[in-house]
Design a protein around this ligand. Sequence first.
Ligand SMILES: NC(=[NH2+])NCCC[C@H](N)C(=O)O
Ligand SMILES: [Mn+2]
Length: 307
Amino acid sequence: MSRSYPPVSIIGAPTDVGAGHRGARLGPEALRIAGIAEALVARGVDVLDRGNLDGPRNPWQPPVEGYRHLDEVVQWNRLVMEAVLAELRDGRMPIMLGGDHCLGLGSITAVARHCRETGKELRVLWLDAHADFNTSQVTPSGNVHGMPVACLCGLGPRELTHLDGEGPAIQPSVIRQIGIRSVDEGEKRLVKQHGLDVYDMRYIDEVGMRRAMEEALEGVDENTHLHVSFDVDFLDPSIAPGVGTTVPGGPNYREAQLVMEMIADTGRMASLDIVELNPVLDSHNTTAELAVDLVESLFGKSTLMRD
Ligand SMILES: NC(=[NH2+])NCCC[C@H](N)C(=O)O
Ligand SMILES: [Mn+2]
């Protein structure tokens, strides 16, 4: 089955200011070297690589009042927000290559705004080992890559919760988190309080990935803008070692491929972030290559014979 896709713009955001390890700043290049653009072109997608955004360097400082590098995080997210919004307004599908997951804030703030402007219903699929719902009060690390979901929902410093000057980008009800298996103590309380829809690994073990994904995608229709936030640490570390915060017990290759195929089947993916790839911790770029392979599935490469 072949489907036509909107033109894609690749945006590199080479930073690790939100992470606890340095190296995610190299993610965009590693994904390019793994052939992300060529893979999309081979699937019939029209691709423009916009190059990399140019933000502040990583000062590598300890947390201040519960946040590491807050100013730099704000600056990078502004750049990402503007770049992503420009592509969406131009009728293109942005693929943001991180960079650490703090950048999901800028990207999804732009996507949410675009949905408000165009009357689309937003659904965010957050593929991750972590809930990324920490605040400065409960974070064990001060790393802002553990906070973007909370900030998007209005919990956090004003510079981040009002990144576009308008107020919190989304309600928790637009998010579905898949693959979750590491949530900090205080973070767990917040996740429950705010009613996030979490498909954790225990649930996936019990009902299977297929049913979990059917539930996560329920209600997606012609008017839905589906945003995929793909944190590479979603994957089991045995197949994806090149990330800063590995957690064992994640989806295997086939489960991950099924996730991507089921997203592709909806035909509604309209923006994508690939974050947390850390080439310094990878082995011969295999994690980047795996990520590219899964992106092919997101763009309709199917293992289904019966179509
Ligand atoms: N996007 C990520 N890799 N997040 C990891 C967060 C780890 C931990 N929960 C923290 O807040 O420090
Ligand atoms: Mn994450």
